[in-house]
Design a protein around this ligand. Structure first.
Ligand SMILES: Cc1cc2nc3c(=O)[nH]c(=O)nc-3n(C[C@H](O)[C@H](O)[C@H](O)COP(=O)(O)OP(=O)(O)OC[C@H]3O[C@@H](n4cnc5c(N)ncnc54)[C@H](O)[C@@H]3O)c2cc1C
Ligand SMILES: *[C@@H]1O[C@H](CO)[C@@H](O)[C@H](O)[C@H]1NC(C)=O
Ligand SMILES: *[C@@H]1O[C@H](CO)[C@@H](O)[C@H](O)[C@H]1NC(C)=O
Ligand SMILES: *[C@@H]1O[C@H](CO)[C@@H](O)[C@H](O)[C@H]1NC(C)=O
Ligand SMILES: *[C@@H]1O[C@H](CO)[C@@H](O)[C@H](O)[C@H]1NC(C)=O
Ligand SMILES: *[C@@H]1O[C@H](CO)[C@@H](O)[C@H](O)[C@H]1NC(C)=O
Ligand SMILES: *[C@@H]1O[C@H](CO)[C@@H](O)[C@H](O)[C@H]1NC(C)=O
Length: 599
């Protein structure tokens, strides 16, 4: 059947369906099936369905939450009020070996728009050198320059008002796209007192300058950041609002509710596995099949995409066999290479009362935070790369090779110590009668994993970010905490900071030793929810799961497009880069369609 005829047939069956008012007659064949209508999934769905003669189905476990006040609200710091409600999967980590055995909450959105419906809305891109490093480790075509047009393509930047500029907002015009679907702006609720200049001036005492706009690939400095929100409507800009609502009437695009259980494979002995579609559980509990004439795309997020691969027989044979799952493609790296960051929060009482959003960020390099000790520390870490790599290989049951990890570590070491990529992020904020800082070591050496522990697709996978596996990650997090404590004692910001409230001085005295700080950090950090790398885009011998076109090794037509594929941690926040990756991935797929037509 010609493509245009199929689109017509689909359009007609949707007309019929609308007039019947039932979901029963959705066609069961589409060109593309996207698993997960989250941050990246909906961006990809939008761009693929721009081609009128291809058909796209998205299967999403959550619902449309576009009118949920917890989603629309632009208040809250670090996450929406939807966190811990029914739109949060609320995953939990395994007992964290290097954090006293604690089990940490790990939040992820379950809604049209996925985690973009519950996140902190911070819009900050990566450092240019770290994207260039993707290409250096073997991902042809993935570098800062090639990704840059996609940052601009996705963005609709709203120029700050005079009042917002006076309140600390700043921007470089050329760093921003104006015509993309995703609204990026400062909210009218941006705090407009003198706090921004107190914080700015205090960081200058630490040698940290103002950075007019971190979104051009150079993060170091102090900056008042913009958010993914629609300023005039004063609502959150999540992926459904940016990428799906405007195109939901397209006749070749369907969004179904369901929980995808596994990929279905076509019969046959081709050398590469060919997906014929997916099996999913509908809201009424019935199990259904949906067929993909071209491709299956996994966009279920970094916790679930590797799990769905494993449930489908793609992964480490030892893990699959222990659960009686037939091995379709042996690919031991699936679920390995997981990287998140530890997030610590310290607060102080204040004699002032603060209203509005206070989105102030400071990015520091290794030498900013380590000063004269930088070279010595760089040497100590270099000496640890081999033993850490051996530890990661062992903990993966040799799914990853020590030499591959060591190679990736060397790239990271070079970024931190030679290319001065910021490795420290400190968010300075204030709310009500408190001021405080949330902070994270951006580029950990710890590596963890996500694997299924049951063949039941409804079961949550075992999520082990393995926080603080590498002792240096704890040392850096502690050093940031000590820097933050100094910051609040330094003029002029000390004029509004009173006693330390979290942790109280009774728990952690001002003269606490490094060991006491370490103990407090390990016992109090939370997830930063920037988990990535669990289906990494890397050469297979370096622990890769997808190639540079995001196709899963050993498969003909299965791609992963979400946070799972980012091969290394980044210094910015994830959504900005995920939208750009989704935009570029859609172009890669369209190019491939073009080639198929030419032949
Ligand atoms: C509390 C919090 C705060 C954050 N703050 C920020 C921030 O301020 N700025 C920032 O840039 N980033 C932030 N992040 C991180 C960022 O939001 C996420 O990394 C990003 O949204 C992930 O996008 P994704 O497409 O990989 O996955 P998601 O957006 O999570 O999409 C996955 C989708 O797949 C669906 N799904 C999963 N399994 C199945 C299945 N089996 N069948 C069908 N559907 C399924 C899910 O319901 C979800 O909709 C934050 C994250 C959290 C949790
Ligand atoms: C919004 O969040 C609050 C808690 O933060 C919860 O009690 C309420 O039920 C949520 N509303 C919806 C519509 O889910
Ligand atoms: C400053 O913020 C307050 C509170 O949000 C608001 O009432 C006031 O109009 C703002 N002032 C300016 C100059 O924008
Ligand atoms: C920060 O300080 C610099 C240098 O004095 C100044 O140019 C800038 O306007 C200040 N920004 C804020 C938000 O105070
Ligand atoms: C595929 O391989 C199986 C087992 O090796 C064999 O029995 C079968 O005939 C093959 N099918 C085709 C179509 O070649
Ligand atoms: C807070 O304390 C500082 C330093 O003592 C003082 O300069 C400032 O005026 C006080 N602010 C308020 C609102 O009381
Ligand atoms: C810290 O100060 C307290 C009281 O001033 C003292 O008892 C304690 O020994 C000091 N601890 C260290 C490590 O110096």
């Amino acid at each position: 059947m010609a493509l245009s005829q199929k689109a017509l047939a689909l359009a007609c069956s949707i007309c019929a369906l609308v007039s019947l008012g039932t979901a029963a007659s959705v066609p069961d064949h589409f060109d593309f099936i996207i698993i997960g209508g989250g941050t990246t999934g909906l961006a990809v769905a939008n761009r693929l369905s721009e081609v009128p003669d291809i058909t796209v189905a998205v299967i999403e476990a959550g619902k449309d939450e576009g009118k949920n006040p917890n989603v629309t609200s632009v208040e809250g710091f670090g996450g929406s009020t939807g966190v811990n409600t029914q739109i949060d999967w609320l995953y939990a980590t395994t007992e964290q070996t290097h954090a006293g055995g604690r089990v940490l909450d790990y939040h992820a959105g379950k809604a049209w728009g996925g985690t973009s419906t519950i996140n902190g809305m911070t819009y900050i891109r990566a450092e240019d050198a770290q994207i260039d490093a993707w290409e250096r480790v073997g991902n042809d075509g993935w570098n800062w320059e090639n990704l840059w047009p996609y940052h601009l393509k996705s963005e609709h930047f709203e120029t700050p008002t005079q009042a917002q500029l006076a309140a600390g907002a700043s921007y470089e015009d050329v760093y921003h796209g104006r015509n993309g679907p995703l609204s990026v702006a400062y909210q009218y609720g941006l705090h407009n007192g003198s706090f921004a200049s107190l914080v700015n001036e205090t960081w200058q005492q630490f040698g940290i300058p103002l950075n007019e706009d971190v979104n051009g690939g150079s993060l170091r400095g102090f900056f008042v950041w913009p958010q993914t929100l629609d300023r005039e409507a004063n609502v959150r800009e999540h992926a459904a609002r940016a990428y799906y609502y405007p195109v939901q009437d397209r006749s070749n695009l369907v969004l179904l509710r369901g929980h995808v259980d596994r990929i279905r494979w076509a019969e046959g002995n081709a050398t590469k596995a060919l997906a014929e579609g997916v099996e999913y559980t509908a809201p009424d509990g019935s199990v259904k099949a949906l067929y993909a004439d071209k491709e299956v795309i996994l966009s279920a997020g970094s916790v679930r995409s590797p799990a769905i691969l494993e449930l489908s027989g793609v992964g480490n044979p030892e893990i699959l066999e222990s659960l009686n799952i037939p091995v379709k493609v042996p690919l031991p790296a699936v679920g390995e290479n997981a990287i998140d960051q530890p997030n610590t929060f310290m607060t102080y009482t204040s004699n002032s009362t603060f209203t509005g959003m206070v989105p102030y960020v400071t990015y520091m390099t290794a030498s900013d935070i380590l000063g004269s000790e930088t070279d010595a520390v760089a040497g100590e870490i270099a000496a640890q790369l081999k033993p850490w790599a051996q530890q990661v290989a062992e903990e993966s049951n040799n799914a990853l090779s020590a030499s591959a990890i060591e190679h990736l570590y060397q790239v990271q070491h070079d970024l931190i110590f030679t290319q001065d990529v910021p490795c420290v992020e400190i968010l300075t904020t204030a709310m009500g009668g408190n001021v405080g800082s949330a902070f994270f070591a951006l580029l950990p050496f710890s590596r963890g994993r996500v694997h299924i522990s049951s063949a039941n697709p409804a079961a949550y996978p075992a999520l082990d970010p393995n926080y603080l596996m590498a002792y240096w990650d704890l040392v850096l997090q502690r050093t940031i905490a000590q820097t933050v404590a100094k910051f609040w004692e330094t003029a002029p910001v000390n004029s509004v900071a009173g006693a330390r409230a979290q942790p109280p001085v009774s728990d952690l005295p001002a003269n606490a030793t490094d060991e006491e700080w370490d103990a407090w950090v390990a016992s109090s950090f939370t997830a930063n929810h920037h988990l990535l790398g669990t289906a990494a885009m890397l050469p297979e011998e370096l622990g890769g799961v997808v190639d540079p076109t995001l196709v899963v090794y050993g498969t003909e037509n299965v791609r992963v497009i979400d946070a799972s594929v980012l091969p290394a941690q980044i210094s910015g926040h994830l959504t900005s880069i995920l939208y750009a990756v989704a935009e570029r991935a859609a172009d890669i797929i369209k190019e491939n369609l073009g080639k198929q037509r030419d032949t």
